[in-house]
Design a protein around this ligand. Structure first.
Ligand SMILES: [Zn+2]
Length: 208
């Protein structure tokens, strides 16, 4: 008997650590742990297709979310519009470089990169343009998962900073709507993406 266990053939329950032999899943099938009942894996239906279109929608809303006014501000009796970019520039203007950098990174850059990433991956799968570099790309892309949803938090910081800096009256604008749509599309693009399927396909294809 061999002592070597092929770990690729096993799947562990994330909740109770029970180990099972990995089943081959068909679309729409779910693997549940018989010990604790939690869902261990799921083969999402039309994952590539759905994630591709959600990514596209997300990229579409990206520019208006950054450039359209997020809020209306009354400053010294005059009414101004401020986009997310304006807010960042205002922060820099007042010497809050650190916060401006964080907001730029986590409210704009990271979510935008994630979106481009999921678009690129789903595009490659949808149009059968798989190449070995995708494996490395997807490994890097995978790490960005930890930073999801931080943009909502950052938007909150921007708005409250702005409100604290200038005693302003706020009103909600089109930019915020675009931001919310951008957020929904990115969240959907990420949640419809079947990472397990992509790993498996890439490994089957490029790892011996
Ligand atoms: Zn379990």
């Amino acid at each position: 008997m061999s002592d070597n266990i092929n770990t690729n053939q096993l799947i562990a329950c994330q909740l109770c650590d029970a180990l099972y032999e990995k089943p081959k899943l068909k679309q729409g099938q779910i693997v549940k742990c018989t010990r604790c009942g939690s869902t261990m894996a799921e083969r999402k239906v039309n994952s590539i297709e759905r994630s591709f279109y959600w990514s596209m929608a997300g990229l579409f809303f990206l520019i208006p979310a950054v450039l359209l006014p997020i809020m209306g501000v009354t400053l010294a009796g005059q009414y101004h519009h401020a986009s997310l970019l304006d807010c960042i520039l205002a922060l820099i203007d007042r010497g809050f470089f650190m916060i401006a950098t964080l907001v730029f990174l986590f409210a704009i850059a990271v979510p935008a990169i994630r979106l481009f990433g999921s678009f690129y991956v789903t595009y490659s799968f949808k149009f059968n343009k798989l190449k070995p570099s995708l494996l490395y790309f997807f490994r890097a892309f995978h790490h960005l998962d930890n930073w999801a949803m931080l943009n909502v938090f950052m938007l909150g910081i921007v708005v409250s900073m702005y409100k604290l800096l200038d005693d302003t009256e706020l009103s909600i604008n089109m930019g915020l709507l675009a931001f919310i749509l951008w957020l929904i599309s990115s969240t959907m693009a990420a949640s419809t993406l079947d990472q397990d399927y992509i790993w498996q396909k890439l490994e089957d294809e490029f790892v011996d």
